[in-house]
Design a protein around this ligand. Sequence first.
Ligand code: ZN
Ligand code: FE
Length: 238
Amino acid sequence: MLNVTIIPILSDNYCYLLENAGKIGIVDPGEAAPVIDYLEMHSLTPDVILNTHHHADHIAGNRDIMDRYDCTLVGPASETARIPGMTHKLQEGDHYEFGDETFRVMETPGHTKGHICLYGEKSQILFCGDTLFSLGCGRLFEGDAATMWNSLQKLSALPDDTLIYCGHEYTLANGEFCLSEDPDNADLQNRMEEVKSLRNEGKPTLPVSLEMEKKTNIFLRAESAEDFKKLRELKDSF
Ligand code: ZN
Ligand code: FE
């Protein structure tokens, strides 16, 4: 199985260290130092860095890690110009082998033009960058609401027990918005209690199951692209 370690970086980003059958991967190192510290402390050598999209808070650590360890860099093919040093370019439907695990590549534009999510088919684990957050979704920087809606629908079709690892710890603030729009949702109320106690203990609120998100995340619960658009606009000024 795929072993995932959460490495908190910057102010609210998560970088993920993956281990499977002797392979070591790093998802979205927006900062190198905490990642290198972890690798050194555990005598690990990364084989590959995997980037979901071009934003600096997801790729800024690539260069220092690659200089130090000589690993490969995998990312969205359409972002070759904005992610320097990519050695393997992925697009919709590609399969990327990592140890015994196979990642299915899903293109999910909306937050940025080229954004990929990686779904580990055996472990049923999803790395979704800034497309889907727990109780929220990414801002529409380079896409319209309909595009993002389609991307979220694609993720929502994955198996319910898929474990979601997203790019940021935004769950508490996202949940306040969900509650303001969906105050009587008991699953949401319970999840928010859990989220508050995890954050009070300084723990991540991730991973979370897709099943839980479908019950609580108002952006996944929207019934149409138009409803989604209205919610995204409300959230932008919340
Ligand atoms: Zn981003
Ligand atoms: Fe980000």
